[in-house]
Design a protein around this ligand. Sequence first.
Ligand code: CUA
Length: 184
Amino acid sequence: MAIHPPQSRVWWNEPVAKGELVWIAIAFVWGLIMFFMMIYWHYYGKQNLSSEVGRVDLAVYEQKVIDFTDAYTVREEGDTGVPVVKPPVGGDAYMLARTFEWWPILELEKGKTYRLHLSSVDLQHGFSLQPTNINIQVHPGLEHVVTVTPTEVGSFGVICNEYCGLGHHVMTGRIYVVEPGQGG
Ligand code: CUA
C-alpha cells in the first residue's frame, strides 16, 4: 500500500475504502465504551479511594506527623531505627513523604478503620501500596486523607511512584497489618 508513492498526487481526496470506514467506526464506538466504563467503574468497581484533600503548610504537616509519632511509637524497626507507630483503632494515622523515604512505619489492625493522612514535606512523591492497587500522587502542601480498612494481615511495602531525584528508586516505606489486639 504505502510501498509506492501514491498514483494520484491529490491522494487525500480519494474516497475512504469501506473496510477502513468500518474499522474507524468500530474503534470510535469502542473508545466510547471505554470512556463510559470509566464512569461505570467509578461507582461499581470499588477501585476509587475515599480520599479527601485539603491544603496544609509543610511545616505544620511535618509537626503533626512528629507529634503523632511521639505519641504512639511502639518500637523501632530493626537496624534502621525507624519508629513503628501504632495509631489508636479508628483514629488518625499519619505518614509523610520526603527525599527519600516514607516516614514513619505504621502498624494497623486488620478489620479496623483508620483515617490515613498523607502529604509531602518537600517535593512531589508517590504513594504506591504494594501489592494492592492503591497509587496516589502526593504533593507538598496538599494533605490527602484516605479512609482505609485493612483486610489482610501482613507487611505491605510503600514505594514512590513519582520520579523525585537521585534516591527515587530507594524511596520506600512500610505498613504492617496485624490481628486485632496483637503487635505493639
Ligand atoms: Cu519520592 Cu520518587
